[in-house]
Design a binder for this molecule. Structure first.
Ligand code: PHE
Length: 339
């Protein structure tokens, strides 16, 4: 009997098929009541008690193997069927492949990073939740300084020393604390101000700020760097620096670029002047250098800051800043970039 069991087992092991009919025949042959295994079980009743145990175990194993074979072949045939039905029409149009695209803020940020990296600026980043020192005090804005009101701040209620950074100048403070001049770095990132949301302003936006510190850095270097940037970024080669005030730079200036007055849009966005403001800049105040352990007798530097949304709005003629944050797929789809 053992021999018969082994022979049947080998047959079952070797069996395979791609046809449903053959599989059904397999089932009838081995697993039906009158099938081979059923017969073996009938025979089993009469075997000698000395081999009963061994035969019983083998027989059970055989039955399980047959059942498993049946199940797995059945499954395979069903899978095949599905596969076939969705792919058998070779003239069917292909399914569209949706490519994602970068967010316009990311595209513009990457472009700015690329432009400044060509002239040796690294990229530095820092935390969005800042302490008072890095966002204000180190930047020559001690507590109760009226200029703190220039940037309406979100504070962390549980800890009055913590706030959402109002500019990425805080990253530059961290950078100056950790590095020695010469240093050239830009800090792109998200900033927060407690402002009413409108088409032109949002409480969350992005900035990129630049910093250059070395011996003998002058205002002329600042101007040339900004000119290089506006040429690369906008293809415009006329800028003007208007005297202004920031607590952390002295002297300070507002950066305007000459956009031109060729089209109606030019008139509209420059309010008929041809000039557009894109950011602030100035020579780093000696107090800021001192606060970050840089010797103001030996070193000088410049800093500048710009809004990324504003630049993106200019480049892509986006009329409303809120569009950047709504994640409307119809808006996002329009920006394709390899950057
Ligand atoms: N931090 C300033 C702001 O957010 C911008 C700025 C940076 C101005 C560096 C001057 C120098 O408004």
């Amino acid at each position: 009997m053992i021999e018969l069991i082994n022979k049947t087992s080998a047959e079952i092991d070797g069996f395979t098929t791609n046809s449903k009919e053959e599989l059904e025949q397999f089932r009838i042959k081995y697993l039906s009541k009158k099938g081979v295994i059923g017969e073996l079980f009938s025979e089993f009743k009469t075997v000698d008690s000395s081999v009963k145990r061994e035969c019983g175990q083998s027989l059970n194993k055989l039955k399980n193997a047959a059942q498993e074979k049946l199940n797995s072949l059945k499954e395979k045939l069903e899978d095949n069927k599905e596969f076939k039905s969705s792919y058998d029409d070779l003239t069917r149009p292909a399914e569209g492949v949706e490519f994602g695209s970068s967010h316009p803020i990311t595209i513009v940020k990457n472009r700015i990073v690329e432009i400044f990296s060509k002239i040796g600026f690294t990229v530095s980043e820092g935390p969005e939740i800042e302490d008072d020192w890095h966002n204000f005090t180190a930047l020559n804005l001690p507590k109760h300084h009226p200029a703190r009101d220039m940037q309406d701040t979100f504070f962390v209620e549980q800890n009055p020393d913590l706030l959402l950074r109002t500019h990425t100048s805080s990253v530059q403070v961290r950078y100056m604390e950790k590095n020695e001049p010469p240093m050239r770095t830009i800090s792109p990132g998200r900033v927060f101000r407690n402002e009413d949301i409108s088409a032109r302003a949002h409480c969350i936006f992005h900035q990129v700020e630049g910093l250059y510190i070395d011996e003998n850095v002058s205002f002329a270097d600042l101007k040339q760097t900004l000119l290089y940037f506006t040429k690369e970024m906008f293809g415009k080669s006329k800028i003007r620096l208007r005297p202004s005030y920031f607590p952390f730079t002295e002297p300070s200036a507002e950066i305007d670029i000459y956009w031109g007055l060729e089209t109606e849009v030019d008139h509209k966005i420059t309010k008929g002047t041809g000039w557009l403001e894109i950011g602030g800049c100035g020579m780093v105040d000696p107090n800021v250098l001192k606060n970050t352990n840089i010797d103001p007798e030996k070193y000088s530097g410049f800093a500048f800051g710009m809004g990324i949304e504003r630049i993106a709005m200019l480049l892509y003629q986006i009329p409303d800043i809120r569009m950047f944050y709504e994640n409307d797929i119809r808006f996002l789809k329009q920006f394709k970039s390899v950057l």
